[in-house]
Design a protein around this ligand. Structure first.
Ligand SMILES: Cc1cc2nc3c(=O)[nH]c(=O)nc-3n(C[C@H](O)[C@H](O)[C@H](O)COP(=O)(O)OP(=O)(O)OC[C@H]3O[C@@H](n4cnc5c(N)ncnc54)[C@H](O)[C@@H]3O)c2cc1C
Length: 473
């Protein structure tokens, strides 16, 4: 007999109802005894293991409607899966139902209107491939395998952030299945408040079956600085990088990654395993043919390796794909920094040194530009004023090292808290263990209250509760 846990924690029999649901679907339902169950339930982050009662592999909006109505009627715990890459594993749920959107992965580009209509389960790699055919791009993240869904609903910080804003800033319309199963076509005219909430307010308001993004001319080739400096020079490199990011042109976005030269063939054998500070900067100005805009990032100290040059934008989007394999173990935390002074640089050095795994990194993202100029109340996204974002990335492979790695990341976050704005970026949320405190800090009080009111209108029973959950006010 198939059972599930309902929202009040009781066990309920759902077998006959699931059979009836299966009859109505164009897609299929995967149950625990199905040979593909383990593959279908697996999340990118292997630390988070979930065993759903059923996985509904949706083939279209009607399937999403049927799945939402099923979960609502039977009050079973519901997870929504876009690309499955949330570090907290919010795309899975024990003894509940997962709506898997991965088959909703169409990307339709209108080059004249400069718009892309993107399925709710597509990945950024699919979007980049389809849009770059026309020399256009929608701002995504910096890894192509992540899902459009979770990244956009949480904000979306990528290489186009300073030139064209966040992913959520470029979201101009969405098709959404609400908690009652109704389909909403959301844009600035039909429902501006819901569009506001989808721009950074997380998965609170329903299942987005299609996102519409504004596109911008980008590439196909862009200028890239990709320069490795020795870890012994971290303080000097970050100090010089701070200067290079002051008064920087909008079309240049950059970050610093402090860690270890990976043990892979892309790097000379004598460098592998050495401490490094990697600086990557991407300039999207097509007129900058001699790469003047990224040159300073290659001259911050004496490089140990310089891989800079002209790269196709689609390749830029895949530079880090290999560093984050499916089934690795991860815990990522974040805090915005009001400045990057020598004291904060010292903390970056210290916590880089204290990493329990060679795969872990301490990252600093330079923000501002277009993303910083969007009015704070124009979207539900949190902090736009901070010039830097700290990312603490515990990455490791061995389950026996879970405790050490998670403790390191939590302790590092604690050490930085006093010198940060106190506001995290919700797409790097740890395991969401800070709950409402983190959400209030990230959104700010006014936006948090507005989100709670919108939640009351859209989802009064809090069906969509696993991702950045703002309970209905
Ligand atoms: C390797 C890697 C690189 C990353 N790089 C970046 C980066 O450069 N910039 C950045 O900003 N972030 C980045 N992130 C963080 C990323 O934004 C989040 O992990 C995000 O949640 C991933 O979205 P997803 O759809 O793959 O995840 P999922 O786990 O599928 O989704 C997370 C939650 O979002 C909601 N959701 C997803 N799709 C939908 C939908 N269609 N409708 C309604 N709700 C939905 C669901 O509640 C779901 O539980 C990265 C993450 C990884 C793992």
């Amino acid at each position: 007999m198939t059972t599930a846990t309902n929202t009040t924690g009781d066990t309920v029999a759902i077998g006959p109802a699931l059979s009836a649901l299966a009859d109505r679907l164009h897609g299929r339902i995967v149950l625990p005894d199905d040979p593909t169950y383990d593959q279908d339930r697996a999340l990118w982050n292997a630390v988070v293991e979930r065993r759903p009662a059923a996985i509904v592999r949706c083939a279209g909006t009607e399937d999403v409607q049927a799945g939402v109505r099923f979960a609502s009627e039977h009050e079973v715990r519901l997870a929504v899966r876009g690309g499955g890459h949330n570090v907290a594993g919010t795309a899975g749920v024990d003894r509940g139902v997962v709506l898997d959107l991965s088959e909703l992965d169409h990307v339709e580009v209108d080059p004249t209107a400069r718009l892309a209509r993107v399925g709710g389960g597509a990945t950024w790699g699919q979007v980049d491939a389809a849009t770059q055919v026309h020399g256009l791009a929608a701002p995504g993240g910096v890894v192509s395998k992540t899902g459009v869904g979770g990244l956009t609903l949480g904000g979306g910080i990528g290489w186009l952030r300073r030139g064209h804003g966040l992913s959520c800033d470029n979201l101009v319309a969405a098709t959404l299945v609400a908690a009652d199963g109704a389909v909403h076509h959301v844009d600035e005219t039909t429902d501006p408040e819901l569009l506001w909430g989808l721009r950074g307010g997380g998965g609170n308001f329903g299942v987005v079956t299609e996102f519409t993004f504004a596109l911008h001319p980008v590439g196909p080739d862009v200028a890239v600085a990709l320069t490795l400096y020795h870890g012994d020079d971290t303080a000097a490199v970050l100090g010089a990088w701070r200067s290079a990011t002051t008064d920087l042109a909008d079309e240049v976005s950059s970050f610093a990654i402090c860690g270890t030269v990976p043990d892979v063939a892309d790097f000379p054998s004598e460098l592998r395993g050495e401490p490094m500070t990697l600086i990557m900067a991407v300039a999207t100005d097509a007129t900058d043919r001699d790469h003047r805009s990224v040159r300073p990032f290659r001259e911050l100290a004496t490089p140990i390796l310089d891989l800079s040059g002209t790269m196709p934008y689609v390749d830029v989007q895949q530079v880090f794909d290999g560093d984050y394999p499916d089934g690795g173990r991860y815990y990522w935390a974040s805090l915005h920094l009001p400045t990057l002074d020598d004291h904060r640089i010292g903390l970056v050095e210290e916590w880089t040194r204290r990493r329990p795994s060679e795969l872990a990194t301490v990252d600093v993202w330079h923000l501002g530009g277009a993303m910083g100029r969007v009015a704070q109340d124009a979207t539900a996204f949190g902090d736009r004023s901070a010039p830097y974002l700290l990312g603490i990335e515990a990455n490791w492979l061995d389950a026996t090292q879970d405790e050490d790695n998670i403790a390191w990341a939590r302790n590092a976050r604690q050490a930085f808290r006093a010198v940060s704005t106190g506001r995290p970026y919700l797409n790097f949320p740890g395991f969401q263990e800070d709950g409402e405190v983190a959400l209030r800090a990230a959104h700010g009080d006014a936006s948090y209250r507005r989100l709670a009111a919108l939640k009351r209108r859209m989802d009064p029973d809090n069906l969509f509760r696993l991702h950045q959950n703002v309970p209905p006010s």
